[in-house]
Design a protein around this ligand. Structure first.
Ligand SMILES: *Cc1c(COP(=O)(O)O)cnc(C)c1O
Length: 387
């Protein structure tokens, strides 16, 4: 570790480390060996998308979340796009999503020709609720798509009930929530389809990659078709699909990552607990909440400043970054105010809790590679910056 002693900042002598990243992949010998084995085997991918490693990864992932099927794709965005296509979303339809999310959640709706309709969030959990969804529902609503932001599941029972009553499909964006739990069940076993990302910064990774889980045989079959050019059988397309196949190399890495996921999540939880205990005593911030019967995957540790400090978010983040802590703001702009979305008729509604969160939140790293001294350093630095 590259350590330098820094005494210019008026804190006396402190040790400033290499940049502490907001998230960082944990790759070890297991992933490297698995990748080499595939490269030596000669099978790099299969036309059908169903090579031996992909099938094994899907089986392992489905078993892990407790779903009947898992379908591997080459990005989380491909997973989301395939799921909305399989749900039958088409021009004229509306898909209800939060505005407080990464913009891929909305992008895949535009890709189908349908309209994203933005629902506000609950300020304690940063996720949309049955109430905020119902407030924007119309005759054209086809899909409800909650995002389990920062790793914390949205309150799914009321959303599922609402979807059932209105004949809508419930698709979850769980790109940040591998291994999260709701009412004792793993995310991925609850909604009609659940979409995961394996991007490099996510809780488990294949560099790029995605997965959709479902308990529905028909959805599973259609997802596999869309993944490989809409083919019902080789060279026989019956719907428009894409090339969304995962390679064998990535699936092999994914198998190794999935085995480590429980230990990654344990570390994330411990790191989050460390901050929550210390920050609770400090009293100047609003730490993230984990409601009863929900278990966060702790993708990010996201907080707000309290009271008079609330407006100083950007300054605090800047100061942390200048001290080599990659604090970050997810998300600075709500989607409904981005140029790509704000002129659409469905984007005109103000979303007060979303807009407030965009001004106030910032995230600290809790990834599994953080060391104890790094955690102490992050907390001490934040404390200094706040007092
Ligand atoms: C990462 C992410 C995605 C997109 O996943 P990719 O694998 O990067 O395509 C979608 N939604 C959310 C909430 C994400 O965090």
């Amino acid at each position: 570790m590259n350590v330098r002693v820094d005494s210019e900042r008026g804190f006396g002598t402190i040790i400033v480390r290499d940049l502490i990243r907001i998230n960082q992949p944990s790759i070890g010998k297991e992933e490297i060996d698995a990748a080499v084995e595939v490269l030596k085997s000669g099978i790099l991918t299969e036309k059908s998308g169903m090579g031996p490693k992909v099938l094994e990864f899907e089986k392992d992932f489905a078993r892990y979340v407790g779903a009947k099927h898992a379908v591997a794709l080459n990005t989380g965005t491909a997973a989301l796009h395939s799921a909305v296509l399989v749900a039958g979303v088409k021009p004229g339809d509306e898909v209800i999503i939060p505005s407080f999310t990464f913009h891929a959640t909305a992008e895949v709706v535009l890709m189908t020709g349908a309209e994203p309709v933005f629902a506000d969030i609950d300020p304690d959990t940063y996720t949309m609720t049955a109430e905020t969804v119902e407030a924007v529902m119309t005759r054209n609503t086809k899909v409800i798509m909650p995002v389990h932001l920062y790793g914390l599941p949205a309150d799914l029972d009321p959303l599922k009930k609402l979807a059932r009553e209105r004949g809508l499909t419930l698709i979850e964006d769980a790109a940040q929530a591998h291994g999260a739990e709701y009412n004792g069940s793993k995310i991925g076993s609850i909604g009609d389809m659940t979409c995961f990302s394996m991007y490099a910064g996510k809780n488990m990774t294949t560099g790029e990659g995605g997965m959709v889980t479902t308990n529905d045989d028909d959805y599973s079959e259609k997802l596999r078709m869309i993944r490989s050019h809409g083919e019902e059988r080789p060279y026989w397309p019956t719907t428009v699909g894409n090339n969304y196949r995962m390679t064998e190399l990535l699936a092999a890495v994914g198998i190794a990552q999935l085995r480590k996921l429980p230990s990654f999540l344990e570390r994330r939880r411990k790191n989050a607990q460390f901050f929550s205990e210390k920050l609770g005593m400090l009293g100047k911030v609003v730490p993230p909440k984990e409601p009863e019967r929900r278990r966060s995957a702790w993708y990010l540790y996201t907080l707000r400043l309290r009271g008079a400090n609330a407006g100083k978010r950007n300054k605090v983040v800047e100061k942390l970054r200048s001290r080599n802590i990659e604090a970050a703001v997810y998300y600075e702009s709500p989607l409904h105010l981005l140029p790509l979305y704000r002129e659409r008729s469905t984007s005109r509604r103000p979303l007060p809790e979303t807009e407030k969160a965009c001004r106030q939140v910032f995230s600290l790293p809790v990834h599994p590679r953080l060391t104890e001294p790094e955690l102490e350093y992050i907390f001490d630095t934040l404390k200094r910056v706040l007092t």
